[in-house]
Ligand binder design. Structure first.
Ligand code: SF4
Length: 233
């Protein structure tokens, strides 16, 4: 078979897979354009939130007060994904607003970005009782919605905060100490794991490593922007 045709078929397959991932199982024939440059977002965050509804897909719904969906810039270049809401987040319905959240805000500002510029969410959207670790079935139930958020936002970089976030996104059981500080790939998006701010509150001597990771993020984003600018000249 002709090489171009093979490529077109492969592009079409990826596009259909992408739509399937977004929950769309059929499209009118007129919308199939095999020469489209990659998939574009077909949902908004509001629509993803609407689809999540008053979610009872896992047992975490029983003790939660609010679903903490996430907040920030829908077109963020940088996305932070933590583990799950804690007490303050559950009360306020916003991610990372307690002590760990205040530290995260400082971490974001350390690379000259205002918090509103990034998008922040968690692996599970409901608070695990007594702040226990989220369990595999809970992570699995919530995962499709996290993936939809990522596909709508299409950030350049995801910073995975802590073990559960890094291991879930990278589908690995490697420890965070070994994962942190390197770039990995998730559907063409760079993922860099680092320590969770709550861990840093208990182990302030590890802040330096997070600072190193943040510098890598800033450097990548700056270089990327520079390349884009020189492309448009
Ligand atoms: S954690 Fe996620 S899947 Fe579980 S009830 Fe909350 S929103 Fe639904």
């Amino acid at each position: 078979m002709d090489e171009n045709l093979n490529e077109m078929i492969s592009d079409l397959k990826s596009y259909l897979e992408y739509l399937k991932g977004m929950g769309i199982h059929s499209i009118p024939a007129s919308e199939i354009e095999v020469d489209k440059p990659g998939p574009s977002p077909v949902m908004t965050l509001e629509e993803v939130r609407k689809e999540l509804g008053d979610c009872k897909r896992c047992k975490l719904h029983r003790a939660r007060r609010t679903i903490v969906f996430g907040e920030g810039n829908e077109s963020a270049k940088l996305m932070f994904i933590g583990e799950g809401p804690g007490y303050d987040e559950d009360v306020q319905g916003r991610p990372f607003v307690g002590r760990a959240g205040q530290l995260l805000t400082k971490i974001i500002q350390s690379i000259n970005l205002p918090r509103e510029e990034v998008y922040i969410t968690n692996i599970v959207k409901c608070r695990p009782p007594q702040n226990r670790n989220p369990e595999p079935d809970e992570i699995q139930s919530c995962h499709p919605f996290l993936m939809k958020q990522i596909r709508v936002i299409q950030p350049k970089i995801i910073c995975a905060l802590g073990t559960f976030s890094a291991q879930t996104l990278l589908k690995t059981d490697t420890k965070i100490t070994a994962l942190r500080g390197r770039f990995y790939d998730l559907e063409g998006i760079k993922v860099i794991p680092t320590y969770h701010p709550a861990f840093l509150l208990r182990n302030p001597e590890r802040k330096r490593e997070v600072w190193e990771d943040m510098k890598k993020i800033a450097e990548w984003l700056n270089n990327h922007e520079r390349i884009k600018e020189s492309d448009s000249i």
